[in-house]
Write a protein that binds this ligand. Sequence first.
Ligand code: ADP
Ligand code: ADP
Length: 235
Amino acid sequence: MDIVQASNLVKRYLVGEQQVTAIRNANFNIKQGSFVSFVGPSGSGKSTLLNMIGGLDKPSDGKLLINNTDISTLNRKQAAKFRGEHIGFIFQDFNLIPVLTVAENIEYPLLMVQNWPLAKRQQRVKTLMEAVGIAEQANKFPSQLSGGQKQRVAVARALASQAKLVLADEPTANLDHQTAFRIIDLMKQMRDDFGTTFIFSTHDNKIMNAAESLFILEDGEISEHRQTATEGERA
Ligand code: ADP
Ligand code: ADP
């Protein structure tokens, strides 16, 4: 089953009087359980595509179905509910809540979006912290963590809600290679364990080859869909 179906997708922004076409005419499908990456230089449209898939931004034209639902037809409240139930985000700047601890940040979607009971939340948070190797930092605040540790919290939070689709915008930017691959491996593990679909963007050649297939973006167009032959070389 395809969890993402995009046909003739277009996104234009108005910048002053000037119209910028961020996505020109994108056609692609992504299967449930895939591990794919959007690759391209800065400004090629990666974030715009991820934001549209995540329902944070509306297409200007064309059709985009997520889990067979056209999110752009939903009202704000319905769209927020849909995102909470189906989509996890990992943003480049992590977007952790500074006044909440590691454990509370991970618990947040379970409480606010899913409204899980306390005991179930605590169990799930514990499992996730152990899975991403951040359990020892449970009671620390984001400001007390390293970049790699913050990134692990962001991954755990995205996975907390058991979203079927996780979108990650440059999830390994600013991380050293070892940490970057640890994050990628963790995401892949979650895919293998839970069938989660991961779409991540990157302009890093080594990271992109960790994906099973790449959508290459050039100036707002998908110029190529390439299967990676093997797992990326990790030199
Ligand atoms: P990437 O993620 O590959 O760096 P983006 O999707 O951020 O690319 O940007 C694609 C193009 O769309 C760029 O020309 C960028 O300046 C433009 N763009 C992106 N977001 C906005 C916005 N909110 N308003 C105006 N222009 C935007
Ligand atoms: P930074 O983001 O500053 O590079 P790291 O994320 O690499 O920090 O982690 C800091 C320390 O924690 C390192 O010494 C690293 O070896 C250790 N570490 C990181 N992840 C794990 C893990 N999953 N299991 C055990 N030790 C870890």
